[in-house]
Design a protein around this ligand. Structure first.
Ligand code: OGA
Ligand code: MN
Length: 217
């Protein structure tokens, strides 16, 4: 769906988007990209309060491992609670979210022929003391997952002592390397689902996010 005039212009005129170009070159170069302020403070506030409202209504479920035919809850692997987001029933906050995601997806498909046809997103809350052990997102036996995207919805004053880093395991010039990323509000991390193992370090303060996947057919 086309949200506003600038998006319409972009889609019709094929203008180059410097941010999206940077994401594309990061992905080609190192298989991940970090964008601070992908969402501004107002957008994060709206998304965070919507998440908290739904969390307080008790709509979240303990996250499982495996896909729907192979669902196991394993607290020793992951401790987060999730709520899948249905785009067809999006409220104001989710519309803000999907407008940006859809604009990025349209750009990736148009300029890189990425063939992204599906997407799935969920809210996630990691309560105090929880984590997600090192994994590859395709162990959910869904080979269609192409790009993983995580967007953090924590408070403005999120501190490194709160833990909850996303650790990405990668290689640079043949050497193992770990990239530790703090879940700062508005930050989005995008990475190749089939390629990069990653983990969420134990959190000391509840950690809020939207996580999702851009999928091929
Ligand atoms: C996941 C995941 C990372 C994060 O949900 O599969 O790896 O930083 N999340 O929340
Ligand atoms: Mn993951």
């Amino acid at each position: 769906m086309i949200a506003n005039a600038s998006e319409l212009f972009e889609q019709l005129e094929f203008t180059e988007n410097p941010l999206y170009e940077r994401i594309i070159s990061d992905l080609l170069e190192k298989k991940y990209s970090v964008v601070d302020d992908f969402f501004n403070a107002d957008e994060v506030d709206l998304l965070r309060s919507t998440l908290l409202e739904k969390y307080e209504e008790d709509n979240f479920k303990k996250a499982a491992i495996g896909n729907r035919t192979n669902e196991v809850i394993a607290k020793s692997v992951r401790g987060d609670f999730i709520l899948w987001i249905n785009e067809a029933e999006a409220g104001p906050a989710e519309n803000v979210y999907f407008n940006k995601i859809n604009s990025l997806v349209a750009y990736l498909n148009r300029t890189c022929f990425m063939g992204i046809l599906h997407k799935e997103f969920h809210y996630a809350v990691y309560p105090e003391g929880t984590f997600y052990k090192k994994h590859l997102d395709t162990f959910q036996n869904d080979g269609r997952r192409k790009l993983s995207m995580v967007c953090y919805l924590n408070n403005e004053d999120w501190k490194p002592e709160n833990g909850g880093e996303l650790a990405i395991y990668t290689q640079e010039n043949g050497e193992e390397k770990t990239i530790n990323l703090y879940p700062f509000p508005g930050r989005v991390v995008i990475f190749e689902s089939q390629e990069l193992e990653h983990e969420v370090k134990p959190v000391k303060v509840p950690r809020l996010s939207i996580t999702g996947w851009l999928k091929t057919r």
